[in-house]
Write a protein that binds this ligand. Structure first.
Ligand SMILES: [Fe+2]
Length: 417
């Protein structure tokens, strides 16, 4: 079993080039779901709960997680924390279970935050793994992604604004039932910044142990949110993203999660400057999805653009545009700040479906032309698929269409509307 997680990269490209062809609950109907249910109070799970259990054994590795390690399919990064002492910085790995004939040496870092002293945070670039140090070793496994190919199937989970409440736990459990192979995380991880002094670091550690049940067995791919900034001058902490940068190993650009087009009252239009800069790129490159968190609710837009808007055009409102992406807000992981339940009323034309509930999404790429997308609400402890769409890859379908026209000596029809 050769490990080659960077094979994910072309899949990202596929993901970005998917285009909406039809929608299962489509047409022009706009849906504002009135379903609002907070299953549990938006309070963090107490630290003594078993979801935060410290693994047995002196200095046993904890908070184990993996992410992809390079662009060309030959590496993953294994991260873990040894709480008491440096311990081994070595990852042993092999192709067969219990037969680890290779090893790799990682880097180690630690930091202080107020008077909290982190454990030893290890990051190690490897092909396959067993993490261990004598009696304290623990074993993990993961499946390699399919070979790079436009028709390679792959399922991403999409989670944002997770935190560590009972709602967060429900989201995580539901995601683990979904068959997702890798998580695209949309920023705002632990919400440790809701705490003060040493509890900030303590809640980063508990969150690392909380997500290990998934993140140690498949890659989670990260972007940072505003809750990772942790600018806390009252505690003498003024280096932005200090905990995040020590703890999260990702070779890719982290950017602040924001919402370019979304009709929730919370954070409304905050992403406008970002939209003004990036939107025309998205449209001209035929980007198909923009996922964002930050707003604690769910929303899916139609394929719309506002690229004609400038100070003099007067075209202030987004219009339907087949080359434009669908904007998806999935900031409903379940953190302690609770839901953002107020939307613009009436529902704007660009908004296809919106609901203020906790949940997560899955994006199942089937082949070069089709992907199934689902938003799954947490509903009384059950996972309920509430918004489902079939997406069609515009890049490939346009190429296929052009080839078909050429083969039949036909000219493309031009429609002017
Ligand atoms: Fe958030």
């Amino acid at each position: 079993m050769a490990v080659s997680f960077a094979k994910l990269v072309p899949l990202f490209q596929i993901m970005l080039y998917l285009t909406l062809l039809l929608s299962l609950n489509n047409g022009t109907a706009r849906i504002t779901s009135r379903f609002i249910r907070t299953e549990w109070p938006s309070a963090d799970i107490p630290l003594h709960n078993k979801v935060f259990d410290i693994p047995k054994g002196h200095n046993a590795p904890q908070q184990v997680r993996i992410t992809q390690g390079d662009y060309d399919g030959k590496a993953v990064i294994i991260s873990w924390v040894t709480p008491n002492e440096l311990g081994s910085n070595r990852v042993q790995y092999g192709k067969l279970e219990k037969k680890y004939d290779s090893s790799a040496e990682g880097t180690v870092t630690n930091y202080t935050f107020y008077k909290y002293k982190s454990g030893y945070i290890h990051h190690c670039l490897v092909d396959d793994l067993e993490i261990g140090d004598g009696d304290s070793s623990r074993e993990f496994w993961f499946q390699t992604p399919p070979k790079i190919h436009p028709d390679a199937p792959y399922t991403f989970g999409i989670i944002g604004d997770l935190g560590q409440t009972y709602n967060s736990l429900s989201t995580l459990k539901h995601y683990m039932q979904s068959g997702g192979q890798s998580v695209l995380f949309l920023g705002d991880l632990s919400y440790a910044d809701r705490y003060e002094y040493n509890d900030v670091g303590i809640r980063w550690d508990s969150w690392g142990r909380f997500i290990e049940q998934s993140a140690a067995y498949q890659p989670w791919i990260w972007s940072a949110g505003n809750h990772e900034i942790e600018f806390m001058p009252n505690m003498g902490e003024v280096i932005p993203f200090k905990s995040y940068l020590h703890r999260i190993a990702t070779p890719y650009t982290a950017s602040k999660s924001t919402n370019p087009l979304c009709s929730n009252v919370v954070h409304y239009m905050e992403g406008e400057s970002m939209r003004a800069v990036f939107e025309s790129w998205f449209v001209h490159s035929r980007v198909d999805f923009i996922f964002a968190g930050h707003v604690h609710a769910y929303e899916r837009s139609y394929r719309i653009s506002n690229i004609h808007y400038n100070f003099t055009s007067g075209d202030r409102y987004p219009v339907p545009d087949k080359s434009a992406p669908v904007y998806l807000t999935v900031g409903d992981g379940g953190n302690q700040e609770g839901l953002a339940g107020r939307f613009l009323d009436p529902q704007p034309n660009y908004s296809a479906f919106r609901e203020a509930s906790y949940g997560h999404s899955t994006l199942e790429i089937k082949n070069r032309t089709h992907a199934f997308y689902h938003w799954n609400r947490n509903d009384d402890g059950n996972k309920v698929t509430t918004d489902s769409v079939v997406f069609h890859n515009q890049y490939w379908s346009n190429n296929l269409r052009r080839r078909k026209l050429k083969k039949n000596h036909l000219k493309p029809r031009v429609e002017v509307r």
